[in-house]
Design a protein around this ligand. Structure first.
Ligand SMILES: Cc1ncc(C[n+]2csc(CCOP(=O)(O)OP(=O)(O)O)c2C)c(N)n1
Ligand SMILES: [Mg+2]
Length: 413
């Protein structure tokens, strides 16, 4: 036995991003296959025979604006124009709400800049009655489902038109009819809830499926792993989405173990098939999401889908990313901008033009401004009609317990 003092002192490994503010952005660690290169397995493929799919990146749009390979062709030009419009609407909405926050009309806002394709395209693979369990960065699910912008804005302003009655943080929308489960600020709870909901759907012999949502950082939570156990054991009809946008507030994806295999490959430990997708490629997101949704509908169980993307804006209006990453990093992101890529493709196939794009931009800006005026006519954080304090006592108990009745009376309601 060696003496203890012959040993070097122990130390912990703390992963660091390749580059910090002031440095040259470097994404050489992101290995990007050619568009069209990744195979498309049969829907009922044995997970053991498709492990490679967790390590590539499914891409449909190539750099010249062509849609290529076995994952191409899941959408018509008309559907793609709808998709482009949804992403442009989400971006315009984000920009307006960001300014509204700076003007004090709301306390808080979170943008989707650069990640619009993920939620906008995924929503189009769901059917009425299916249920998303989203985090705060999937408002594109609502936009693509046709949920009114005015209602979204009323929620952000916590005004009298807010269906959550001011009881939720701004951007924590909720719409049962649109398959958008109320957002919880406790991250990764979405995974256990989605899996539980999907199990209930199967227990009741229903045909509805669920979609779980989580960020790269939040996969470090134990709820993520517990959900995968239940999903795989019972083959729950659920799509397990992971949005890898490289950052979790100020910590990079390596802190959640992004340096070990891929986030998609976490599924392998549970025998769950896993796909890894270019999150900035609307066509690829749709095709992979549709594959996973179809697998769930055929009762073949869950699929993990990792969307590789980049959070181009700050984490929220409370964040300043220049403190932890180079300012130009988002421009260096090698998978480009989802709106420009889909626009380029539609132009290349003669289904869109620069003129139509400019016109669509103006129309969308007008729609968003009109919705904002309508929402602000009801109220903002600063002024106008607000929900009643009485509302904070509602919607929790079918029958309000005596102590709450008393508190409500003490508050004057
Ligand atoms: C259980 C839990 N822990 C911590 C937080 C605080 N928090 C809010 S957002 C966030 C970062 C999450 O990053 P990621 O999962 O990558 O999602 P992204 O914001 O990039 O979409 C953290 C740590 C939280 N809301 N819930
Ligand atoms: Mg993240």
């Amino acid at each position: 036995m060696t003496e203890a003092n012959d040993r070097l002192p122990l130390s912990l490994t703390v992963p660091e991003p390749d580059v910090r503010p002031g440095g040259q952005p470097d994404f050489s660690h992101v290995r990007i296959p050619q568009a069209g290169e990744i195979r498309r397995p049969a829907i009922d493929e044995d997970p053991e025979n498709m492990r490679d799919l967790a390590f590539g990146i499914i891409r449909v749009l190539d750099r010249d604006g062509n849609a290529v390979g076995p994952w191409a062709g899941s959408l018509s030009p008309e559907e793609l124009r709808d998709g482009l419009r949804h992403m442009m609407t989400l971006r315009a909405y984000d920009a307006r709400m960001l300014v509204a926050q700076r003007q004090g009309k709301t306390s808080f806002y979170m943008q989707h800049l650069g990640e619009e394709a993920v939620s906008c395209a995924f929503q189009r693979v769901l059917n009425k009655g299916d249920m998303n369990f989203p985090t705060y960065r999937q408002a594109g699910l609502l936009v693509a489902a046709g949920y009114p912008l005015v209602k979204m804005m009323c929620q952000v302003y916590s005004n009298d038109g807010d269906s959550a009655r001011g009881r939720q943080l701004p951007v924590f929308y909720s719409s049962k009819e649109n398959g958008f489960f109320s957002i919880s600020g406790n991250l990764a709870t979405q995974y256990v809830q989605a899996v539980g909901w999907a199990m209930a759907s199967a227990i009741m012999r229903d045909t509805k499926i669920a979609a779980a949502w989580i960020g790269d950082g939040s996969t470090a939570e134990s709820d993520f792993h517990a959900a995968l156990v239940f999903a795989s054991t019972y083959k729950a009809p659920v799509v397990l989405n992971i949005v890898n946008n490289q950052w979790a507030i100020s910590t990079f994806q390596g802190i959640a173990r992004g340096g070990s295999g891929t986030f998609a490959a976490r599924g392998h430990g549970f025998g769950i098939p896993a796909l890894r997708v270019d999150g900035n490629d609307y066509l690829a997101v749709h095709a992979a999401g549709a594959w996973a949704a179809e697998r769930a509908r055929r009762n073949l169980g869950p699929t993990v889908v990792e969307y590789v993307t980049y959070r181009a804006a700050g984490h929220s209006t409370s964040d300043d990313p220049s403190g932890y990453r180079p300012k130009q990093e988002s421009e260096a992101w090698p998978l480009g901008d989802p709106i420009l890529r889909l626009k380029g493709y539609l132009i290349a196939i003669g289904e869109w033009s620069e003129e139509r794009h400019v016109q669509a931009e103006a129309e969308i800006a007008d729609t968003v401004v009109r919705a904002q005026k309508e929402a602000e006519a009801i109220g903002t954080l600063q002024s106008g009609r607000r929900p009643s304090p009485k509302d904070m006592f509602e919607d929790v108990y079918a029958e309000m317990p005596p102590h709450l009745v008393e508190q409500r009376q003490q508050a004057g309601y």
